[in-house]
Design a protein around this ligand. Structure first.
Ligand code: IVH
Length: 673
C-alpha cells in the first residue's frame, strides 16, 4: 500500500463500529462484547493516530462517547416540574373538585382549561431573547438531563420564537414546558421503513420518542420524526398572566406549537369535555393517555398548593386501559414487497376500546422468541390510537403445558420456496425472485431508471400486467406482444408501440444495469458495477464462489453469500435463460451514446456531494462514466474533482483540506465539452 493511500480497512472499521453503536444505543441489543467493541475502536484510533489527515469529523473516534445514561449534563430547572394526580372516572374528578372546594371556597364556580394529556417525554425549553438556548428532560422534576443538541433537531421546535411583529413582547427569559412525542402517522411510516429494510420495528410511539431524544448521537435523533407541543410556562421575566387561558394564548402568540386546549366555564363543562375527548381518543393524531383538567385562575391555582409532587389545582383524568388479554389462535406470516417475512398474531376476536381486534402485530421473529410467545397462549394485546394493535407478551401463568414454542417457517408461505435468515439480521427473507408476493415490486425495481430504464412502465401498468397474468416474472416483459398490451385497459396503438419500443431498447442495457435490476440482496448500483467489471458476463457469475467475491473491494461475506445463493438458485437460473432467450444480451453491444462519446475524463476520478440541479445521482454517474471517468464515493488525495451541489456533506470540507479541485455541475459539463 502506498503510504498516502487510505486503506479500505479504515472505512470498514468505521462502518462496523457505527453498526455496533446502533445495536447498542438504539436497539439496546448488542451482538458483540464490550471487549470486542473496544478492540475495533483501538484499531481505528491507531490508524488515525498514524495518519491524522485521514480523520473525518464523522469518524466514531470524534465523538466524546460515554454510555447514554451518564452521557448528558445535568441541568437544574428554574422551578420544580411537578407531576399530576390521577382520576380514573368522572366520579374521581368530582371527588377532587370537592376536596379542593373544601380548601378554598373560590373553587366553587371557578372555570377550567382541558387539554389532551400527551403520552411522550416532558421537556423544559429555555429561550433567551426569543432564541432557543438550551433544554432538558424532566428528570426527577428538579434536575433533568440537558439534551439541547437533540432538541434542536426537532422541526416543530422553533429555534427562534416566530412572534408576529408587535403582537407580544418577547420576554428576556422564557422557560416553557412541553411534550416531545411522535405523531402516529410518522411512527407508522418509521416502522414501515424499518420493516422494509429488514430492521426491527419499534414497539410504541412513546418509548421510541423517549429513546430518540436521549441519544448521544444527534444525527440519530434527527432521523426520527419527533414533534413538540407546549402547554405551560415554567418561568419568565414578564409574568403577567392572570389565567391559564391567557398564558396559553401568549405561547400561541409567540408562535410556539401549543397543545389543543379548551376553555370550560365550570366543572360540569370540564367533565363533559373530558368525556368527549375520551370518546374521540382514537381519532387523535398522537397517543394521549388521558386529559388534563386545570383550574384557569392562576392565583387560585397557586394558593391551593402542592401535595407531594402533585399540584392540587390540576388533575389527570386517565383514559381507560387499552390492554386486554385474549387467545393467540395462530401466527400468520406476510411476505412484504422486498421479500421480508413478517409474523402477525391471529387472535380470538376481542374488543379493545370499542373496536373488535382480530389481528395484531408481532413485530418480527426475534420478538416472538424473546418474549416466548406461543400459539395457544393467552396474550396481552394493546391498542393505542390508530397504531396497529400489538402483542405485549404471553400470560405465562395460565399456560396449559400444551403450548409449544413458535418456530419461524422454513418455506415462504406464498411460493413455498426455502426462506433465508442472515446471522445478525432481524429479518427472514423469501429470496425467490418469482414469488408472486414480490412480483410487482420486483418488476417495478427491474424497470426503474437506475436499472433497465423501461420508460412508460409505471406501477399501474405493472399491476395490470401481473393481474392479467401476462407477466409472471421479469423475463415475461420480453415476450409481450402488441396484442397482449391492447387487451389492457387504457392501451391504444401508440401507447403499446411506445412501450414495446422501450422494452426493446432495454435489451441492450449494460451488464451492470441488469445485475442491479435483478434485485439481488445487497447488490445496489455500485456493487453491480463492480461485479460487472470484475466478471464481465452472466456465465462467469453463475460459476462464482464466495471466495472470488470476497476479493472484491466493498463486498463482505453477507453480500458474497447472497450473490452466490442467488446464482445457484435454479429458479433464478431459469429466469436468466429466459431473459437471454427473450433477447436480453447485456454484453452484446454497449449503449450507443456511450460508444460515440469522447473519453475526455479517462483516468480521472470524481466525487459528487449534495444535490446537483440538473442531474440525479445516477445521471451524473452515467455522464461521468460515458466520458471515461470514474465516480467514487469518498474524497481522497487521488480524487481529481469534487462536484459540489446544494446542501453538500462533509466531503466538501475534506476536499478543501486535501486541496482537491472543486467544480459545480456547470463546470463538469464544461470539462466534458
Ligand atoms: S399540564 C400543573 N398538560 O403529563 C400541571 N401536562 O403525568 C402541569 N403532560 O408531568 C402539567 N400532556 O408533563 C399538562 N397537555 C398537558 C400534558 C401534560 C402531558 C405531562 C406533564 C406531567 C405529566 C403527568
Amino acid at each position: 500500500m502506498n503510504d498516502s493511500e487510505q486503506p479500505a480497512r479504515i472505512d470498514e472499521l468505521r462502518k462496523e463500529i457505527r453498526f455496533h453503536n446502533y445495536r447498542y444505543y438504539v436497539l439496546n441489543d448488542p451482538i458483540i462484547s464490550d471487549v470486542e467493541y473496544d478492540r475495533l475502536m483501538v484499531e481505528l484510533r491507531k490508524i488515525e493516530e498514524q495518519h491524522p489527515e485521514w480523520i473525518t469529523p464523522d469518524s466514531p473516534t470524534q465523538r466524546t462517547g460515554a454510555p447514554p445514561a451518564d452521557g448528558f449534563t445535568k441541568m437544574r430547572h428554574p422551578a420544580a416540574i411537578l407531576s399530576l394526580g390521577n382520576a380514573f372516572d368522572a366520579d374521581g374528578v368530582r371527588a377532587w373538585y370537592e376536596r379542593i372546594s373544601r380548601l378554598d371556597e373560590r373553587v366553587q364556580g371557578t372555570d377550567f382549561v382541558v387539554e389532551p394529556k400527551l403520552d411522550g417525554l416532558t421537556v423544559v425549553l429555555h429561550y433567551a431573547q426569543g432564541i432557543f438556548s438550551r433544554g432538558a428532560t424532566r428528570g426527577d422534576g428538579d434536575v433533568g438531563e440537558e439534551v439541547t443538541t437533540n432538541l434542536r433537531t426537532i422541526r416543530s421546535l422553533p429555534l427562534r420564537v416566530p412572534v408576529q411583529e408587535n403582537k407580544v413582547n418577547i420576554p428576556e427569559t422564557l422557560v416553557v414546558r412541553g411534550e416531545v412525542f411522535m405523531y402516529l402517522k410518522d411512527f407508522e411510516e418509521l416502522n414501515r421503513k424499518q420493516a422494509e429494510a429488514g430492521q426491527k420495528t419499534y414497539q410504541n410511539p412513546r418509548n421510541t420518542a423517549a429513546g430518540s431524544l436521549r441519544q448521544l448521537d444527534p444525527e440519530l435523533t434527527a432521523s426520527r420524526p419527533l414533534a413538540l407541543l407546549t402547554y405551560d410556562i415554567v418561568a419568565s421575566d414578564t409574568f403577567s398572566w392572570v389565567t391559564d387561558r391567557e398564558r396559553l394564548k401568549f405561547l400561541e402568540d409567540l408562535g410556539l406549537p401549543v397543545v389543543e386546549w379548551t376553555y370550560c366555564a365550570n366543572i360540569d363543562a370540564a367533565i363533559d369535555e373530558s368525556l368527549g375527548l375520551i370518546n374521540q381518543r382514537h381519532n387523535m393524531p398522537y397517543e394521549a393517555d388521558g386529559v388534563v383538567i386545570k383550574i384557569n385562575d392562576l392565583d387560585l391555582a397557586t394558593s391551593l398548593g402542592v401535595v407531594g409532587k402533585d399540584p392540587r389545582s390540576a388533575i389527570a383524568f386517565k383514559f381507560p386501559a387499552l390492554e386486554v388479554t385474549t387467545q393467540l389462535l395462530d401466527v400468520g406470516v406476510n411476505v412484504g414487497r422486498t421479500g421480508v417475512l413478517t409474523p402477525y398474531a391471529i387472535l380470538e376476536p376481542v374488543e379493545i376500546g370499542g373496536v373488535i381486534v382480530k389481528q395484531a402485530t408481532l413485530h418480527n421473529f426475534d420478538y416472538i422468541s424473546e418474549k416466548d410467545i406461543r400459539p395457544g397462549d393467552r396474550v396481552l394485546v394493546k391498542r393505542a390510537g390508530d397504531v396497529i394493535p400489538y402483542v405485549i407478551g404471553p400470560v405465562v401463568d395460565v399456560r396449559t403445558g400444551e403450548e409449544k414454542p413458535y418456530l419461524p417457517p422454513e418455506k415462504c408461505p406464498v411460493c413455498d420456496q426455502e426462506v433465508e435468515h442472515i446471522e445478525g439480521e432481524v429479518a427472514w427473507y423469501c429470496v425467490n425472485a418469482a414469488c408472486p408476493a414480490q412480483l410487482v415490486r420486483n418488476i417495478e425495481h427491474f424497470v426503474s431508471r437506475g436499472a433497465m430504464d423501461i420508460v412508460g412502465l409505471g406501477i399501474k401498468i405493472v399491476e395490470q400486467l401481473v393481474d392479467a397474468e401476462l407477466v409472471k416474472d421479469v423475463a415475461d416483459l420480453y415476450y409481450l406482444s402488441k396484442d397482449d398490451l391492447l387487451k389492457l385497459e387504457g392501451f391504444a396503438d401508440k401507447k403499446a408501440d411506445n412501450l414495446l419500443d422501450s422494452i426493446e431498447q432495454s435489451k441492450r442495457q449494460s451488464l451492470a444495469r441488469l445485475l442491479s435490476a435483478l434485485g439481488i440482496r445487497g447488490v445496489g448500483e455500485v456493487g453491480a458495477t463492480e461485479l460487472a467489471s470484475q466478471f464481465g458476463s452472466i456465465d462467469k457469475l453463475l460459476a462464482v464462489s464466495v471466495d472470488d467475491l470476497l476479493e472484491i473491494e466493498g463486498i463482505g461475506p453477507n453480500i458474497a453469500m447472497a450473490v452466490v445463493d442467488w446464482f445457484r438458485n435454479p429458479t433464478n437460473q431459469k429466469l436468466l435463460q429466459k431473459l437471454s432467450k427473450g433477447g436480453v444480451s447485456p454484453t452484446a453491444r454497449p449503449i450507443p451514446d456511450q460508444a460515440v462519446t469522447v473519453q475526455v475524463f479517462a483516468g480521472q476520478t470524481f466525487v459528487v456531494t449534495g444535490t446537483l440541479p440538473g442531474f440525479t445521482r445516477q445521471q451524473a454517474k452515467e455522464f461521468i462514466e460515458s466520458h471515461g471517468g470514474k465516480l467514487t464515493g469518498s474524497v481522497s488525495k487521488k480524487t481529481s474533482y469534487l462536484v459540489l451541489g446544494e446542501n453538500p456533506g462533509s466531503k466538501h470540507a475534506k476536499a478543501q483540506k486535501l486541496g482537491v479541485k472543486i467544480i459545480d455541475e456547470a463546470g463538469l459539463r464544461e470539462l466534458a465539452s
